[in-house]
Design a protein. Structure first.
Lengths: 171, 185
């Protein structure tokens, strides 16, 4: 069970979306999620807090539908169903600790996808279980074969990193 | 990374305990202040630092932030001596780097070209703790995984591009040994 490359959908991916995601205000994660949006703490969050991560820090930007002028419901290469998506943006030095996605993976019959919106550069890190993904191109669509797998990300490179994350719930 | 062998026996549990319980020098701030690097770069000196420093600044890294800890002899109440794999020959010198990355700490991509004066340079990398998911060390595009405490790896090229971070829930300690010729043309 790994991270499986399905296809590349760069032709579908509009540069204007990428530009908007680069510029969007979004939510400063995790600080805004718990302070402004009053999100409930999950076990994963408590584990991170107990390890020294700060819940009121700004580790990355979470961008959702309400932050953008477009919505994405039909994405080529993905299965059909109810789409839950979000975008993460990391400027150099930002990161996301290893975690599972309980808000998504507790849903039944979920397929979890990951798609970079920027070409891979040295220092753009996505860890999925014991692997790190490198050499990818923007628009590469990956299936997380185990939707509940431990994963984490960091940008210890020199340019911003944007990824599209998605769970498709079969109804 | 070239696997050399496991030398866990050399690492004393009290060394690990000490590093876990005590912080070393705050990097990169300490190095910048100690060596006056910003001033030197502004004067057009230390060209070996200029390229990365300019890129880091442009990317938004702050030289005075705390990214990770480094330990030198004056930070440690014990003398490690040389590890058994060092095999130092006459005319060779060495130095070590001992790092601690708490969860959330990072080392941006870089190559140690500033040490390119070191001839016939060999660099070894030795984790002091077992690998856990989120302990990231990348050489070129190779992620080191599944290693055990005391495993020793040699950099294929001592000046290769590498980076590190800790996205896990536990600290990460690394020992790095660099051996080079003292006398050369």
């Amino acid at each position: 069970m790994g991270l499986k490359l399905i296809c590349n959908v760069e032709d579908w991916l509009k540069q204007s979306w990428i530009d908007e995601a680069l510029a969007a205000t979004g939510s400063r994660a995790p600080m805004d999620l718990f302070q402004k949006e009053k999100q409930e703490l999950h076990e994963e969050d408590i584990k991170a807090k107990n390890s020294g991560y700060l819940l009121d820090a700004f580790y990355y930007t979470l961008i959702e539908k309400q932050h953008l002028s477009f919505d994405l419901s039909e994405i080529p290469g993905m299965c059909e169903g109810k789409v839950h998506w979000w975008i993460t943006r990391m400027v150099p030095g930002q990161f996301m600790p290893v975690h599972r996605d309980p808000r998504i993976t507790t849903k039944k019959n979920i397929k979890r996808y990951w798609m970079p919106w920027t070409d891979w550069e040295c220092g753009h890190i996505f860890c999925y279980e014991d692997t790190v993904v490198s050499g990818y191109r923007k628009g590469d669509l990956f299936l997380m074969e185990n939707p509940d797998a431990l994963h984490g990300a960091a940008n210890i490179g020199l340019t911003p990193r944007i990824t599209f994350n998605c769970g498709v719930e079969k109804i | 990374m070239i696997f050399i062998g496991n030398h866990e026996d050399w690492i004393k549990p009290e060394w690990i305990e000490y590093v876990l319980s005590n912080d070393g020098k705050e990097m990169p701030r300490w190095e910048f202040e100690k060596n006056g690097i910003l001033e030197a770069v502004a004067r057009g000196e230390r060209a070996e630092f200029c390229e990365y420093q300019k890129q880091y600044e442009k990317a938004g890294y702050k030289y005075d932030s705390l990214l990770y800890y480094i330990y030198e002899n004056d930070d440690l109440p014990f003398d490690m001596g040389l590890p058994p794999f060092a095999n130092l020959q006459e005319g060779q010198g060495y130095y070590y780097n001992l790092f601690k990355y708490n969860p959330g700490q990072v080392l941006p991509i870089h190559s140690d070209n500033n040490t390119s004066w070191e001839k016939n340079c060999r660099r070894y990398w030795m984790p002091w703790l077992d690998y856990t998911e989120g302990h990231v060390f990348i050489y070129e595009s190779q992620l080191m995984t599944g290693y055990k405490a005391g495993d020793v790896f040699q950099f294929p090229n001592a000046f290769g591009v590498h980076s590190a971070c800790n996205l896990s829930m536990s600290p990460r300690i690394l020992y790095q040994l660099t051996i080079f010729d003292i006398k050369h043309d």
